[in-house]
Ligand binder design. Structure first.
Ligand code: SF4
Length: 478
C-alpha cells in the first residue's frame, strides 16, 4: 500500500501520473484523508496570473512523455473542479476514475449512471455553486494602507476550497483596485498587476465596518423590491451563514417591512448616490418629461462618447412595447431607435406580422450608444451589467408610463434585463408569460443578431421565428 499526501490539483496530477506510469492500481493507494489545504502556518504556494499550468489550457490533452497514456481533456476540467471539493475522498475517487479511463473505459464520463461519474458530477456541481455564491456574496471594505493608498478587503466563508477558481473573476471585475479576499483556508491578493495566493486567515482579520458599507446598503436598498420579496427563496439564494459578512443583511428585516415608496425615497434622498439613472429622473414621469430629462443623464460613462441619448419613440397609448439592446451607429446619429439596417428588418417583420409600426413603442435597455473605435469606424460593443443597471430606471419609467399590454424583448440583453439573468433566449424564445412589466411578455430574436448570422438558412429560419412571435403577440393584443 502506498500512502500519498497531496495538497492541490497540481500535486495530485503529478502523483497520479507517476502511479499510472508504474501501473499502481487504485486499490494499492491510500490518499491522505486529511484536509491538506494550506493553513495559517503553511508556506503559501504563490502563483502569478501569468503562469498557466498545462492542465488549465482549454481543451488540452495531457500526454506523459514517459508513459503511454493520454487523458481526455474533459476529465482534466472535471478533475480540476472536483479537486476543490471539501470531501477527503476526492483524490481517491479521481484516481480511480482516471485509472478506469486509461484502462479500457475511455468513454466512462459519458455514462452518467455510473456511480463514480455520478459522484464526480455531484461534487463538481457543489463546487460550481459555491463559486457562484462567492461571486455573489463577497463584499469589499475599504482599508487605508501604510502608504495611504486605497485597498479593499473582504472575508468570505465558502463551503469548498474554491479560491483559485473564483479569484480570476474578481481580478477581471475589479482590475483597477487593489484587493484581498480572505477565507479560512486560503487568501488571494490582487495589486493591479499580479494575482497571488497566500494562507488562510481567521475572520477576525477582516475589518467590520467602513464608509463603503453605508454606500453598499444604499445600493442594496435601491435594487431591493419589497413587493417582490420571497423570504424562503432569498434564504435559499443568500444562505443565512453568509449574512454576517454582508452589510446589507442588516437591512433585510427593515426592507421587508418597508413599503417600496419608502425605499425609493431613501435612494432619492441619499446625497452623492449617482450610480444610476434614478438620480436624473424628473419629478413628472410622463414620456415627454423623461425624454427631456434623459438628455442630461450622466449615470454611466456611455454618455461621454455617444453623440446623444436615444430615447424611445411611439404613441403614448401604445399597447405593445418592443425593447432592444442599445442604439446603434445610425440611431446614435439620428437620435431615434431602430432606424438602421436592423430597424429595416424589424419594420418588414412587423409588416409581415400584421402590426402597424406607428402603433407600437420602440425603445432600448440602454439609451446611449456603446462602441469601440477602430480607425474611423465605431464598432458596436455590448453594454455591460453596470451600464444596464445604471440605465434601468429609464426603461422602468418608460414602461410604467406606458402600461403596455405586451412587452417584446428583442435579443438576450433585453430579455435578461427584464426577465432575469438566467433567461436563455435559445431555450425560452417565444414563451409568453405574465410579468411585472405586462400581461404578456415575450422574448425573441433581435433583428441585428439575425443580420449578423452568417448561415443563410439559419437566418431565414430566425426571421420566420421573429415574425411568428410578433404575430402571436399581435393576435392577443387585437
Ligand atoms: S446609458 Fe443610460 S444610464 Fe448611462 S448615461 Fe446614458 S442614459 Fe444615463
Amino acid at each position: 500500500m502506498r500512502f500519498i499526501h497531496v495538497t492541490c490539483f497540481d500535486d495530485w496530477r503529478a502523483e497520479a501520473r507517476a502511479l499510472l506510469s508504474n501501473e499502481i492500481s487504485p486499490a494499492d493507494v491510500h490518499w491522505s484523508p486529511e484536509d491538506n489545504q494550506p493553513g495559517l502556518f503553511d508556506q503559501p504556494h504563490q502563483k502569478k496570473t501569468g503562469e498557466t499550468a498545462q492542465d488549465e489550457r482549454p481543451n488540452a490533452s495531457v500526454q506523459d512523455t514517459q508513459s503511454r497514456f493520454t487523458v481526455p481533456s474533459p476529465f482534466l476540467e472535471l478533475a480540476r473542479q472536483v479537486a476543490c471539493h471539501r470531501s477527503p475522498t476526492r483524490w481517491q475517487l479521481l484516481y480511480q476514475t482516471l485509472w478506469r479511463l486509461v484502462h479500457g473505459e475511455r468513454r466512462l464520463l459519458e455514462m452518467t449512471t455510473d456511480d463514480d461519474v455520478l459522484l464526480l458530477q455531484r461534487m463538481r456541481k457543489a463546487v460550481t455553486r459555491d463559486v457562484h455564491k462567492m461571486k455573489a456574496f463577497v463584499r469589499f471594505r475599504k482599508i487605508e494602507t501604510d502608504d495611504q493608498s486605497e485597498s479593499y478587503i473582504a472575508w468570505h466563508r465558502p463551503d469548498h476550497f474554491i479560491m483559485r477558481l473564483a479569484a480570476p473573476f474578481f481580478q477581471r471585475r475589479f482590475k483597477g483596485m487593489s484587493w484581498t479576499i480572505l477565507t479560512s483556508h486560503e487568501s488571494a491578493h490582487w495589486d493591479q498587476h499580479q494575482l497571488t495566493y497566500g494562507p488562510g486567515l481567521p475572520a477576525s482579520e477582516a475589518p467590520n465596518a467602513d464608509a463603503l458599507e453605508g454606500l453598499w446598503k444604499t445600493y442594496y436598498a435601491s435594487i431591493f423590491n419589497p413587493a417582490r420579496i420571497k423570504v424562503d427563496m432569498m434564504k435559499r439564494e443568500m444562505p443565512v451563514r453568509h449574512w454576517p459578512t454582508l452589510p446589507e443583511a442588516t437591512l433585510i428585516d427593515d426592507l421587508i417591512r418597508d413599503a417600496p415608496a419608502r425605499v425609493t425615497e431613501m435612494i432619492k434622498n441619499h446625497e452623492g448616490f449617482s450610480e444610476t439613472g434614478m438620480h436624473y429622473l424628473p419629478a413628472q414621469q410622463d414620456l415627454e418629461s423623461l425624454r427631456q430629462a434623459v438628455v442630461g443623464c450622466q449615470a454611466c460613462d456611455l454618455c461621454h462618447d455617444a453623440t446623444q441619448s436615444v430615447f424611445g419613440v411611439g404613441p403614448e397609448d401604445a399597447r405593445m412595447v418592443l425593447v432592444g439592446e442599445q442604439p446603434g451607429e445610425r440611431e446614435d446619429i439620428a437620435g431615434e431607435p431602430f432606424v438602421g439596417p436592423a430597424g429595416e428588418l424589424l419594420n418588414a417583420s412587423l409588416r409581415d406580422a400584421g402590426i402597424d409600426r406607428q402603433a407600437v413603442y420602440l425603445t432600448n435597455v440602454v439609451k446611449h450608444f456603446k462602441f469601440e473605435r477602430r480607425g474611423k469606424r465605431r464598432l458596436h460593443k455590448k453594454p455591460d451589467s453596470r451600464e444596464i443597471y445604471a440605465c434601468r430606471p429609464w426603461l422602468e419609467s418608460e414602461i410604467a408610463a406606458l402600461k403596455p399590454q405586451t412587452v417584446i424583448c428583442l435579443g438576450a440583453t433585453a430579455a435578461q434585463a427584464l426577465l432575469g439573468r438566467d433567461f436563455r433566449l435559445s431555450q425560452q424564445r417565444g414563451h409568453i408569460q405574465k410579468t411585472q412589466w405586462s400581461e404578456q411578455t415575450i422574448a425573441t430574436w433581435h433583428p441585428a443578431a439575425i443580420l449578423r448570422m452568417p448561415d443563410e438558412n439559419r437566418k431565414r429560419e430566425m426571421v420566420n421565428q421573429l415574425v411568428t412571435d410578433l404575430k402571436r403577440c399581435a393576435e392577443v393584443v387585437q
